[in-house]
Design a protein around this ligand. Structure first.
Ligand SMILES: Cc1cc2nc3c(=O)[nH]c(=O)nc-3n(C[C@H](O)[C@H](O)[C@H](O)COP(=O)(O)O)c2cc1C
Length: 338
C-alpha cells in the first residue's frame, strides 16, 4: 500500500501528521511521536507574547540596567513555563531535527508581524522543514472590519514569506465571511499550505465563580464537519496544500478528510487521550480501509468526494440544507403532545 503524500513539497511516508500540542514539548516526546509512526510533527507553538516578553526584557535591560529586568517581565502575560521561551524553543527544535528523520514543522502563534520575522529566520536556521503560522486573532474590536482582519493575515504571510525559503503554512479559523475567497487570496499571496482549521478558543462561564472559564476541551469526531466542507470545496482549486485538522478520533475521520481532498490529516486530541502509540492504530485502520476496498494508494482516494469531483456538487450547497430541513420536518413533534 502506497500511503505516501506530498505536503507543501515535503515528501511524507503517509498523511497522518501530529499537530501542534504539548506532546512535542520535549525531545523525548518528539522522538516517541516518530517511533510511534508520525510522518511529520508540528511542534507546539512559540507564542508572540513570549517573543515580545523576551525582546522587551532585553531592551529594558539595555536601557535601564539589570534592575528593571524583572519588572519589565510583568508587562506581558506569562505564557506557560519560562522553560518554553524563544531560546528554549529554538534549542529544542535544533535537537529534534538532529535526533529524528521526519520533517519537523515549527509553529509561531501570534497576531502581528513584528518580532516574527527574526524568529522565522532562526527557525529556518535551526533546521525546521517548514513553518506553520497560527494567526490567533479574535477581532473583539467591533470597529475592525473583515477586510482589515483578512489584510492582517496577508501582511503577516508576506513578511514571513519574504524572510524564509522553507514552506509556510497558515492555520486558519473557520470564521471568515467568505472562507473560500480568503483561502484563494492567501494562495495568491504565496501560502504553501492551509491548515483547516484551528480550534478557536471558545470561552465558557463558570456559574459558581462567575468567571470566564478558559478550559481547553479535547475534540470529538463531530467536529470534522466544518473542516470537511472547506477541504472539499478548496481541493483542486488552489495551489496550496491542504491539511485537515480537527476531530480525528479514528481512521474514519482520516478517510473522510482524504476523500474530501486533504493532502495531510492532522491529529492532536486523540493522541492526547490515547497516547502517541495510537498513531499505529490509526495507520493500521487506514491501511485496512484502503485494502478492503481495493485501493493501492492514498492518491487514489484523495479528493474523490471533493466539490470539484462530486457527482452532485449541489450536495454541498443550499439544496442539501433544504433536504435537512425536510428531514427535520418529518420529525414527529406530536408524540410530545399528550
Ligand atoms: C492541549 C492542546 C494544546 C494545543 N496547543 C497548540 C499550539 O501550541 N499551537 C497550535 O497552533 N495549536 C495548538 N493546539 C491545537 C491543535 O494543534 C489542533 O489544531 C486542534 O486541537 C484540533 O485538532 P484535534 O481535533 O486533533 O485536537 C492545541 C490543542 C490542544 C488540545
Amino acid at each position: 500500500m502506497d500511503l505516501s503524500t506530498n505536503y507543501m513539497g515535503l515528501q511524507l511516508k503517509h498523511p497522518i501528521v501530529v499537530s501542534a500540542c504539548p506532546l512535542s514539548e520535549t525531545l523525548d516526546g518528539i522522538k516517541l511521536l516518530e517511533d510511534s509512526g508520525a510522518s511529520a510533527v508540528v511542534m507546539f507553538s512559540l507564542f508572540e507574547e513570549q517573543i515580545r516578553n523576551e525582546n522587551e526584557a532585553f531592551d529594558s535591560f539595555l536601557q535601564s540596567g539589570a534592575d528593571s529586568f524583572a519588572e519589565s517581565l510583568n508587562y506581558f502575560p506569562q505564557i506557560g513555563d519560562t522553560d518554553k521561551g524563544p531560546e528554549q524553543y529554538l534549542n529544542l527544535l535544533t535537537k529534534a531535527v538532529a535526533a529524528t528523520d521526519i520533517p519537523i514543522i515549527a509553529s509561531l502563534n501570534g497576531i502581528s508581524k513584528e518580532g516574527w520575522i527574526d524568529y522565522a529566520r532562526q527557525i529556518q536556521q535551526a533546521g525546521a522543514s517548514a513553518l506553520e503560522l497560527n494567526v490567533y486573532h479574535i477581532p473583539t474590536d467591533i470597529e475592525q472590519s473583515g477586510v482589515e482582519v483578512e489584510q492582517r493575515y496577508i501582511d503577516i504571510l508576506k513578511s514571513v514569506k519574504s524572510s524564509v525559503t522553507i514552506p509556510v503554512a497558515i492555520k486558519l479559523s473557520p470564521f471568515f465571511s467568505s472562507t473560500g475567497n480568503f483561502a484563494k487570496r492567501l494562495d495568491e499571496a504565496g501560502v504553501d499550505g492551509l491548515v483547516l482549521f484551528n480550534r478557536f478558543y471558545q470561552p465558557d462561564f463558570n456559574l459558581d465563580t462567575l468567571k470566564v472559564d478558559p478550559r481547553a476541551v479535547l475534540s470529538s469526531a463531530e467536529e470534522i464537519r466544518v473542516p470537511l466542507l472547506w477541504v472539499a470545496v478548496l481541493h483542486g482549486r488552489i495551489q496550496a496544500s491542504l491539511a485537515a485538522s480537527r476531530g480525528v478520533q479514528s481512521a474514519t475521520e482520516i478517510v473522510k478528510y482524504l476523500l474530501a481532498g486533504a493532502d495531510t490529516v492532522m491529529v492532536a486530541s486523540a493522541l492526547m487521550k490515547h497516547g502517541p502509540q495510537y498513531l499505529q492504530v490509526l495507520l493500521d485502520e487506514l491501511n485496512d480501509w484502503l485494502n478492503a476496498r481495493g485501493y493501492a494508494s492514498v492518491n487514489e482516494v484523495r479528493g474523490k468526494m471533493s466539490h470539484l469531483n462530486a457527482a452532485n456538487p449541489d450536495a454541498f450547497e443550499r439544496v442539501n440544507y433544504i433536504k435537512t430541513l425536510e428531514y427535520a420536518s418529518s420529525f414527529r413533534w406530536d408524540r410530545f403532545v399528550s
